[in-house]
Design a binder for this molecule. Structure first.
Ligand code: ADP
Ligand code: ASP
Ligand code: MG
Length: 459
């Protein structure tokens, strides 16, 4: 039995949290591979520190070092630091040299990926040395050590699953064969040129799924700070409840459309090998969390979970009778793809095609199309600051009146629907509303379709 366990930032964010997760790891039967995020706050710290580099590099390095050393001393004890310090100092040396690099690299997004992925190298060290102190054999490994191959754009990389599998089998098996627990850095892989490339914020979930795929694990466990995959974000809907079982499709849709508990691409590598996933709470390990797998038992009720993706824009391209000229749409799509723009929804009419994209992608999209001077595109319109609400439930397409029931709630919330995406999947119905209305609509929908009553909380 091989279990890949991933711990998020809050799960490794303090001395107590690190001790708690070490106990969880030590009590797991069979082989274990651990994947960890940076300690909570560290990736944000690196992102903010980036703006003062390289001038304040010494100060940044000092604060970074102090934070990790304080935790290490409290965790391991002053007398048990020598093996830890040896590895720590060599990783600190690499970090300090990196951030002192000349300022001409600061505009290079690959360099930024390298800097902000540094936190994972230190949390993995802390966790591994705590396991050693508990009498376990453990090794702190980087993505470079394991051969996790990444490709794509900065902050948006994805793994090359084939070459990662080939490399990891070779590099990790010897550790497992001797009963050692590898603790691996999440968040990034390594490009062909040997440089780090991150999978985007929250990317350690995806790292863990990639590692589970590469090692043909029997189980992936994502340990976080809530009881499992819930019926909505509990920070928005206080009465959200844990979902016991989900299938891969449901979890993937919700993660893609804003359920932050999983990185959007987490499901892809495990679904292809039918590896079950459990989402669990590291602060309440007695709870068995949510099981995500190929099959699940059917359930009563219209909806199972609701997610929202905020900060989106609708960009519409108009051209007379576009529907008779599919080549125009195909050209627009390939230009969007050249700019690596993620599409969250598409809607068409006779003379307009509208895409839902992230607010951050609007500027580069407009630049691309204005620069192309394509005579076929007569107008481009933008509606910014909208949000997409994604409703996931069983057989939404085959049930009668589902949309009517859902849109009745939007009407009761005095909001207007700006775009609809229905029919592409039997498990989800998505629609776009103004950003300011999202919280109310989500709470009202949760109350009506999941709790079966009126919302309990008010703003
Ligand atoms: P980690 O640091 O462990 O990766 P994240 O902060 O990335 O944790 O993800 C966990 C958070 O995701 C929860 O604290 C919760 O607020 C948020 N979240 C959003 N949607 C959901 C959902 N449907 N189920 C559970 N948590 C959710
Ligand atoms: N440390 C990274 C982040 O904060 C990756 C992760 O936590 O999954 O985004
Ligand atoms: Mg996360």
């Amino acid at each position: 039995m091989l279990t890949v366990m991933k711990f998020g930032g809050t799960s490794v964010g303090s001395v107590e949290a690190l001790k708690r997760v070490s106990e969880i790891i030590a009590s797991c039967k069979g082989n274990v591979v651990v994947v960890t995020s940076a300690m909570s706050g560290i990736t944000n710290f690196l992102e903010e520190a980036y703006s003062v580099l390289p001038f304040k590099a010494a100060e940044v390095a000092e604060r970074f070092e102090k934070k990790h050393l304080e935790v290490a001393e409290a965790l391991l004890g002053k007398d048990n630091m020598s093996a830890f310090l040896k590895e720590f100092e060599s990783r600190m040396k690499v970090f300090t040299t990196l951030i002192q690099d000349d300022s001409s690299r600061l505009n290079d997004p690959y360099y930024m990926d390298n800097v902000i992925s540094q936190g994972e190298r230190f949390s993995s060290l802390l966790l591994s040395h705590q396991l050693i102190l508990m009498g376990k054999d453990s090794a702190a490994l980087t993505s470079e050590d394991c051969g996790i191959r990444s490709e794509g754009r900065p902050m948006n990389g994805h793994a090359d699953l084939r070459s990662t599998e080939a490399a990891m089998g070779f590099m990790i098996r010897p550790y497992l064969d001797r009963g050692c627990i590898p603790v691996i850095t999440g968040f990034y892989g390594v490009m062909e040129n040997g440089k780090p490339l991150t999978f985007g914020r929250g990317g350690s979930d995806y790292s863990a799924a990639v590692i589970a795929n590469a090692l043909n694990a029997d189980l992936l466990e994502i340990w976080t700070d809530v009881d499992g995959f819930m019926s909505a974000d509990p920070r928005i809907v206080k009465s959200a409840v844990k979902i016991e079982e989900m299938n891969y499709g449901e979890a993937a849709e919700l993660a893609y459309f804003g359920a932050k508990v999983l990185h959007p691409r987490t499901i892809e590598p495990i679904r292809m090998k039918h590896i079950p996933l459990r989402v669990r709470n590291s602060f309440r390990p007695e709870d068995c969390g949510t099981l995500v797998s190929h099959l699940r038992r059917p359930r009563e009720g219209l909806l199972r979970s609701i997610a929202a993706k905020t900060d989106l824009s609708i960009i519409s391209f108009s051209s007379s009778e576009m529907a008779y000229h599919p080549d125009i749409v195909s050209k627009i799509l390939s230009m969007l793809s050249e700019e690596d723009v993620t599409l969250y929804s598409v809607s068409t009419s006779l003379s307009t095609v509208a895409f839902l994209i992230h607010n951050n992608d609007v500027r580069k999209t407009l630049k691309k199309f204005n620069g192309s001077n394509d005579p076929n595109i007569e107008r481009i319109d933008i509606k910014s600051n909208v949000a997409l609400i994604s409703c996931v439930g069983d057989s939404l397409l085959s049930r009668c009146g589902v949309s009517a029931e859902i849109f009745a709630v939007v009407k009761d919330a005095h909001a207007s629907v700006q775009m609809i995406s229905e029919g592409a999947s039997d498990v989800s119905l998505n629609f776009v509303v103004p950003m300011g209305r999202v919280t109310d609509i989500m709470r009202m929908m949760h109350a009506r379709f999941i709790e079966g009553g009126q919302p309990k909380e008010t703003e």
